[in-house]
Design a protein around this ligand. Structure first.
Ligand code: HAM
Length: 524
């Protein structure tokens, strides 16, 4: 049952049929469109009463006297004020002097998140590590618009990501999309800057991406991605540097090689297998996109999809067989020592030895990645307990720029989401404790001391201290509770007697000691 409530003091011109009992039993009087039976009740704002029943106020909401609130019965039963509005309900009610306002759903759109302070602290902490690791590797930060032209993301290989686009026509009739990833925007920027750029580029970005995805643990419809990309280096030294950055990041967070592994392969493995069966190059990206689903779909479905691409059955067997390889020696047996894929993988593992992170790496030919543009090395980090989706992924994409009309340019990089890593930190009990940091709470004990209190706060802030200036006139009891809530280190009180003497009363909230000091003393 839906309950419609309205302020007692609001003057409402109701249809003649409007009476409490009728509304209890029928909704058709409102707009003729509501199917559920509804009941109109009066909400007394001053007393927080719901027809005599006390309600618990949702602290996020202030009631206004000119609002109609439509509440779900079940929400009300839980003592909450809130819920979805059936706007048709409002349409049927006219008021003399006020406009009716709907209470919208208080939840963010499905698959998206709010970031209240405690979540924002965590996000900032994570991003700070992303930024700090990028800085240690001498990468420069870049950014692009969240909204891009749809054409930037339109690729024909059948990738999931292109089917998950948040795309629409803007008011100017242009097809646009919320970016599902950052790499196409990076390619666009490199093309736009053209010859003014001196290669190699080492760039990083942290940005929100949108994918209309089926939601699972760590997968959302919006997520933030940290990307590091190197443009202009064709050797696997670039991949090694990127992998080293990823491992550095994990290590800073307390994650070890026994928690996380990085599976590595090279798309040249598949290229070599396809060449054996004379499968045309044009099918390469589509084959990669299909075989990337090997762990998600039954083998028969993969075979059917490959067959639909005109891949002969012996080639299908050859491809699927190659994907089972887990050792470089076996790969060498299959492709020969002169194979480009084998040489690159061996060199990459040798570099990883040099950096000291080879214990994080596993060769695994089944890693192909679901994005069409990769041409060489591909990798994905995963939790060794296999409870979570990929933590990050990347690879080499030497031909992406040419698909946008530019010249082929060597490039590789990775994307690292903000959601799976948090799940992993929770699993490993490595979540940081991040409090709201306040150094000083400053309070004027009398109204005429508010300007001096503002001056004291300004001086403390100029000295780099985090200061919460109490803006209202509050009693000491409240202020002590407030300092506890903020975990403040000091309370600075301006009382008339002390201020007239040129001093302030300071309470050290850690040692509990109190003293009268001058402003100069306070700043030193
Ligand atoms: P991707 O594998 O599609 O690659 O995404 C990279 C990472 O972003 C994933 O490993 C995961 O951490 C995160 N991620 C992706 N989708 C979601 C989602 N729906 N919810 C939460 N997290 C998600 C790329 O996007 C490539 N552009 C990466 C790249 C950069 N390659 C070269 N440079």
């Amino acid at each position: 049952m839906i309950t419609l409530s309205c302020p007692l003091r609001m003057s409402m011109k109701m249809p003649s049929s409007f009476c409490h009992s009728q509304f209890c039993t029928s909704s058709s009087n409102l707009a003729g469109r509501i199917l559920a039976p509804i009941m109109v009740q009066a909400l007394d704002f001053s007393n927080n009463f719901f027809l005599g029943t006390p309600i618990i106020r949702n602290p996020n909401y202030n009631f206004h006297q000119n609002e109609i609130w439509v509440l779900r019965r079940n929400r009300q039963a839980r003592g909450m004020v809130g819920g979805r509005v059936t706007t048709t309900a409002n349409e049927g009610i006219q008021t003399d002097s006020t406009t009716l306002t709907s209470l919208i759903s208080v939840d963010p759109p499905r698959g998206t998140r709010d970031f209240p302070p405690e979540d924002m602290r965590l996000r900032s902490w994570l991003f700070q590590h992303f930024r700090e690791v990028s800085r240690l590797f001498a990468f420069e930060e870049i950014d692009f618009p969240v909204l891009e032209s749809e054409e930037l993301f339109v690729r024909k290989a059948g990738e999931e990501i292109t089917q998950q686009l948040y795309n629409f026509e803007d008011k100017g009739g242009r097809r646009v999309a919320l970016r599902p990833e950052l790499t196409p925007s990076l390619a666009r920027l490199v093309l736009q800057k053209g010859k003014s750029l001196s290669l190699p580029l080492k760039w990083f970005a942290i940005g929100q991406c949108w994918r209309y995805e089926r939601m699972t643990r760590g997968r959302r419809r919006e997520h933030y991605q940290w990307n590091m990309d190197i443009i202009g280096i064709s050797g696997v030294e670039a991949e090694a540097e990127l992998l080293s950055a990823i491992v550095t990041f994990f290590t800073r967070l307390g994650i070890t090689a026994s928690d996380v592994g990085i599976k590595i392969s090279n798309r040249k493995v598949l290229q070599a297998v396809l060449a054996r069966y004379s499968i045309p190059d044009e099918s390469f990206a589509a084959v990669c996109v299909i075989v990337d689903k090997i762990e998600k779909l039954p083998r028969s479905e993969i075979e059917n999809e490959l067959a639909a691409l005109q891949v002969p059955s012996d080639a299908i067997d050859g491809i699927l067989q190659a994907l089972t390889l887990k050792s470089l020696d076996d790969l060498e047996d299959l492709l020969g020592a002169e194979s480009g894929a084998v040489a690159e993988l061996k060199q990459l593992f040798a570099l990883a030895d040099g950096y000291g992170f080879s214990d994080w790496l596993n060769f695994d030919a089944s890693v192909v990645r679901g994005l069409a543009y990769y041409t060489g090395t591909v990798f994905e980090a995963f939790d060794r307990e296999r409870k979570l989706r990929a933590i990050c992924g990347g690879g080499r994409y030497d031909q992406l720029l040419s698909t946008y009309g530019g010249a082929d340019t060597p490039a590789c990089g990775f994307g690292f989401g903000d959601a799976v890593i948090i799940e992993l930190l929770k699993e490993r009990k490595l979540m940081p404790e991040l409090g709201h940091v306040v150094d000083d709470v400053v309070l004027a004990l009398e109204d005429h001391l508010k300007a001096p209190a503002a001056m004291v706060a300004a001086h403390l802030r100029n000295a780099g201290r985090v200061v919460d200036l109490v803006l209202e006139t509050k009693r000491l009891k409240w202020v002590f509770k407030h300092t506890e809530r903020l975990h403040a280190k000091r309370l600075v009180l301006l009382g008339a007697t002390e201020w007239n003497r040129g001093t302030l009363r300071v309470k050290d909230l850690i040692t509990r000691e109190e003293s009268d000091v001058t402003l100069d003393d306070l700043l030193t």
